[in-house]
Design a protein around this ligand. Structure first.
Ligand SMILES: [Zn+2]
Ligand SMILES: [Zn+2]
Length: 54
C-alpha cells in the first residue's frame, strides 16, 4: 500500500481506496511499471507489447 496525493485537493490517501476520502475525486489505481528488456522504456506490467520497440 502506498499513499498518493489527490490531484484535486492534495490530500494523502491510499492508492487502494479508489476515491479521495476528503473530496470524493476518483483516484485511478497506481499502475505497476516494468522496464522493457529491449529498450528499457517503462511499460505497464500487464502490457506485453512495448509502445517504443514493439
Ligand atoms: Zn481530494
Ligand atoms: Zn521496448
Amino acid at each position: 500500500m502506498a499513499l498518493i496525493d489527490c490531484s484535486n485537493c492534495g490530500a494523502q490517501i491510499s492508492d487502494k481506496s479508489g476515491t479521495c476520502i476528503h473530496c470524493g475525486t476518483p483516484i485511478p489505481p497506481k499502475k505497476v511499471m516494468k522496464p522493457c528488456p529491449e529498450c528499457s522504456t517503462m511499460v505497464e506490467e500487464n502490457v506485453y507489447e512495448c509502445p517504443e520497440c514493439g
